[in-house]
Each structure stands twice: as C-alpha cells, then as structure tokens.
Design a binder for this molecule. Structure first.
Ligand SMILES: Cc1ncc(COP(=O)(O)O)c(C=O)c1O
Length: 400
C-alpha cells in the first residue's frame, strides 16, 4: 500500500532538523494567557505581541466584549444552521447593516471566514467562459477560490501595472474578466497601486475585486482601505474583507454596489453549505465595525508606530520588505530559514512575539520575521521592541 503521507517526508525532515537544537516550535506556540491586544504570556513569560492582526486593538474593547456577552445570553452559543435556513438571526442582519454603513455601499454579505468569502465570491462570479487576472502574490484563499471555479486563470507579476494591462489585452474580446487585487499584501506589507490598476482594468472592460483584509480599519480616511486612500473605491466592484484582523473576531464579508449582488446568497456554495457565525461573534463584529468608523486618532497613532518601528529597525541594520512604511506590517528579511528560526527564538526569549513566515506563504522563497503593529502599542512599547530586536539581532549575528 502506498503511504499517502510519503509526499510530506521532505517537510517532516526539514521540521525535525529545525527542532533538533531544542528550539521552540515557531508554528506551535501557545498563548497561555492573553492580557491585552499587545501583551500575552508565552512559556510562562510576559511577551509583547508584534505578530497578531489585531491592528486596531479591538479584542478587549469593553463595548465589543459586552455586546458578545449579551448576545450569548440572548441568543445562545450558536445558530446550528446555514444562513439560508435557520442561521440568519437579527445579529447577522445587523452586522451586514454595519458593513453597508461602514463602506457606504448597497450590499453586504457575511461569510464564516474571510477565506470562505474569497473562495465563495471568486468561484461563483467567474464561470467557465470567464477569465480571472490576478497578482501572482495573491493570498492562498484567492488562489483556492480560482481553483474551485471554472474560469481561466491569468497571473501577472506582483504590482506590475504594465503586466496587468498586457494580460488584459490578450483576453478574447467580449469574454468576462475579473481582476483580483489586494490593498495591502500581507507578507511584505506593501500596498498595491490600485489607482492605476483599477483604471487599467476598467479601460479593458474588467470587473475588479479588491481584498482589503489588511487595510480595513486602518488605511483611508474612514478606514475603508487602500481603494479609499487612493480615491478609487467607487470603481471597485467587490471588496472582500475579514473580521479576523482589525475587527478583532472571526468572519468574512463581501460588500458591493452591484444591483444583482443579492443573488449570490442562493448560488454561492461556501455561503450556503456551512453554518453561520455564532450570535456572539456577529454582535462583537457589528459593535467593533461601528467603533472603527470613528477611530481617526487610533489610525494616526498606528501610522506613528509603523513609522517609528520601520525607521528604528532600518537604523539597527535590518533589511526590510519595503523602503518606506506602507501599512501596519513591517517585514524583516532573513537570509535563510535557519537564521530566521534562531532570530525568532532569540526574540521570544527576549519577550517578543513576531511571525516567522516562510514559503509557500512568502514570495520569492523568502524567510521573513513579520511584524504587525497595533494601534494600542504605546510609544514605550515600540522602544522596548526595538531594544529586543537589537539584543536578539546581535546575539544571533544578524546585525553587528
Ligand atoms: C489577504 C487575505 N485575505 C483573506 C484572508 C482570510 O481571512 P480569514 O482569517 O478571515 O479567513 C487572509 C488571512 O490571513 C488574508 O491575509
């Protein structure tokens, strides 16, 4: 009998080699206690969190937590059903209304995760005769949405406007075209040139979907994302987002002004064939989204944090994913996985948690220490983070 697991042998071996030295498994860390959006206890030690997607620090917001508790009392722990059967409660309608208000759009559809939102919307709207043109560095959920559908897939070089235009011009006249972009690319923290890309897409008759998972709440005057910041939100046909980052809970969504959008509720399999989100989750999400509308001060502070950390890390001699800070993500480029893992471990021992990111999640085979900032990191904490990077960097020989 062929062992179906033999295909994983190279990965098993690489993992064992990495852990042989007795280091903590970077992909199996336990948060023993979470004290706030920026501090947890890991391995018994106080640890500053610099590797969460809690950009706006909403997870412990008293109003958000109270809304969740109230919904648990009023509606119970779960819906035990699909949105199209018994799984639509008042809370699901309320969170969709909060999204419509947040984005000033006509339609909002909530999924159980952001992953499912991409899976569902992309696979449903692009059919057999259609083409999906997507940035090669797109998130796994975008690729999986393409795989699940029947459309032709046409990738183009990351953030390359000319490459996008060339691909679009090669598509047969009259074919349906969907361009899929992200506002912020989560590995390097770089922003897409949406202004130009949306213009090129529209000029070539394509509909545009933008995943704003890593920009919602933070980027743009109202926190609507990169499309808002670059003045093209009106021209974007579909915005995909998640509750698992700035909103501070779990869930995903698509918002749109398309007049026929609501039909998706009947034809989108990852919406229909799964249970809806628990009442407590939609209640926390709705409260959080409404508070994010009014969070200009937090957005300004998060930008300050991002600028300080970027400048400080560069001054220490680290190589970074972007020349300027473009988002709340700052990626520190490591020469290889072994060095990355030892630096990650050294940081953890100092009391700092960051994400160790490696292929296939990262572009160009890179190993990254991905830092994501929170609006609730204080100026002192950013200073403390830089001190920990300096100490760990010197201990591992990453910087001199
Ligand atoms: C760009 C992008 N889209 C979608 C998702 C999926 O979001 P969720 O965690 O809600 O499934 C992620 C998650 O990391 C992401 O980075």
């Amino acid at each position: 009998m062929a062992d179906l697991f033999s295909k994983f042998d190279p990965l098993i071996e690489q993992r064992e080699t990495l852990l042989e030295g007795g280091v903590t498994d970077p992909f199996n860390l336990v948060m023993e206690k979470v004290e706030s959006p920026t501090v947890a206890v890991c391995n018994g030690q106080r640890t500053v969190l610099l590797g969460t997607y809690n950009y706006m620090g909403m997870t412990f917001d008293p109003d958000v937590v109270a809304a969740g508790k109230q919904a648990l009392d009023d509606f119970g722990s779960g819906t035990t059903g699909s949105r199209v059967l018994n799984g639509t409660y008042a809370g699901h309608k309320a969170v969709e209304q909060a999204l419509k208000d947040f984005y000033a759009m006509d339609h909002a559809m909530v999924f159980s995760t952001g992953y499912q939102a991409n899976l569902g919307v992309i696979s449903t709207i692009a059919g057999k005769e259609d083409y999906i043109v997507l940035d090669i560095d797109s998130h796994a959920s975008i690729y999986d949405g393409c795989k699940m559908g029947d459309a032709q897939i046409v990738p183009f070089r990351h953030n390359d406007i000319d490459a996008l235009e060339k691909r679009l011009k090669r598509i047969p006249e009259g074919a349906g075209k969907l361009v899929v972009l992200e506002g912020v690319y989560s590995m390097l923290g770089d922003v897409a040139p949406l202004k130009e890309m949306v213009a090129v897409s529209k000029a070539n008759g394509a509909m545009v979907l933008v995943d704003e998972a890593h920009s919602m709440g933070f980027i743009g005057e109202h926190g609507r994302g990169v499309a808002e910041a670059q003045g093209v939100i009106e021209d974007v046909d579909f915005i995909i987002g998640t509750f698992s980052k700035s909103v501070g809970t779990v869930g995903g969504f698509c918002v749109s002004n398309h007049p026929k959008f609501e039909i998706l509720r009947l034809v989108c399999r990852p919406y229909v064939f799964t249970a809806s989100l628990p009442p407590s989750v939609v209640a926390t999400a709705a409260t959080s989204i409404r508070k994010l509308m009014d969070s200009a001060d937090k957005r300004a502070h998060l930008w300050e944090n991002s600028k300080r950390l970027h400048a400080g890390l560069r001054q220490l001699g680290f190589s970074l994913g972007t020349d300027e800070p473009q988002s709340a993500i700052i990626a520190v480029i490591m020469p290889d996985l072994e060095t990355g893992a030892s630096m990650w471990e050294a940081l953890l021992q100092e009391g700092l948690y960051v994400n160790l990111a490696r292929p296939p999640a990262t572009p160009a085979g890179m190993t990254l220490l991905r830092c994501s900032l929170c609006a609730l990191h204080t100026e002192d904490q950013v200073g403390e983070i830089l001190e920990m990077f300096a100490a760990a960097g010197r201990a591992t020989g990453c910087i001199s």
